[in-house]
Design a protein around this ligand. Structure first.
Ligand code: PAF
Length: 289
């Protein structure tokens, strides 16, 4: 496995593969790798001729009071994990390499898809995500790229960017990887104290409960859905969660839905703070019929 820090080195390393028409798979990450990232790398490994992983804690996607400074950066362990998982090339750029001093003049505006869910409480977050992934796509020019479904809004925005900007990359969705008790894996789970960790799986358990109520037709109208959501919110609060959002949104538009229509696909999505840790989770659901 080769590790490179500069765009020039990365392009030089990829050039022969590009010329020979290899399928180049990209797994962008911010490091602090867990089994969810490794599952994406394994999928890329089994699909592509060359696998590139990036490790870059992207400053433009963090708000001023967020966890940029304390975000975990266990680089040696991450590089070892990449090597073990079969990555060919790891790109670990500096901030200056990705954002050279001298100013940035372009940004990506996102309409409507960020009005709700994480976009509502993390203003600017997705502009930063789209900016950095757009740059990585231009720098690496992968044929395929993998992103986890845990960050479903990010995934849908990236799919939209690729579609609307005609970027020739195929995006693959990686299923959310969970602990045995249902907690979605996240690099931020390591912020949880033992006591918080023991309560954290309730978020997923409540979403699964709602999922089965919706899919069995037990929430046929607006009032029933609203009551069920209120019940979940109140149980989560009673267990110490501070809810950021809990909603059923349309999978295509990400707009909240007050009742579910069997002809559409929905996302049941939640974000909630447990102490100083913001947990997110979602379930993509298709009503029967
Ligand atoms: O999901 C992440 O880890 C990040 O948002 C990404 C896609 C690597 C961009 O920095």
């Amino acid at each position: 496995m080769q590790t490179v820090q500069t765009i020039a080195e990365l392009r030089a390393a990829l050039e022969p593969h590009r010329r020979s028409g290899s399928r180049i798979g990209l797994v962008p990450t911010m490091g602090a790798l867990h089994a969810g990232h490794l599952a994406l790398i394994h999928q890329a490994r089994s699909t592509c001729d060359v696998v590139v992983a990036t490790i870059f804690v992207n400053p433009t996607q963090f708000g001023p009071n967020e966890d940029l400074d304390r975000y975990p950066r266990p680089l040696e362990t991450d590089l070892q994990a990449c090597g073990d998982a079969g990555v060919d090339l790891v790109f670990v750029p500096s901030n200056n390499e990705m954002y050279p001093p001298g100013g940035r003049f372009l940004s990506l505006a996102i309409h409507e898809l960020t009005d709700h869910l994480c976009g509502a409480t993390r203003p600017g977050h997705f502009n930063g995500v789209l900016l950095v992934v757009n740059k990585l796509f231009n720098i690496i020019q992968p044929t395929d790229a993998w992103f986890g479904q845990k960050d479903i809004q990010q995934l849908i925005l990236l799919e939209t960017m690729v579609r609307e900007f005609n970027i020739p990359v195929r995006i693959h969705r990686g299923e959310t990887v969970r602990e045995d008790d249902g907690l979605a894996l996240s690099s931020r789970n390591r912020y949880l104290t033992d006591e918080e960790r023991s309560r954290a799986p309730q978020l997923n358990a409540e979403l699964r409960g709602l999922q089965s109520l919706i899919l069995t037709g037990a929430l046929p109208d607006e009032a029933a859905l609203a009551q069920a959501l209120a019940g979940v919110a109140s149980r989560l609060r009673a267990n110490g969660f501070r809810i950021d959002y809990l909603s059923v949104v349309d999978e295509r538009t990400l707009q909240p839905r007050e009742r579910v229509d069997p002809r559409h696909r929905y996302i049941l999505a939640a974000a909630a703070w447990m102490g100083k840790t913001r947990l997110i989770d979602n379930i993509v659901l298709q009503s029967p019929g």
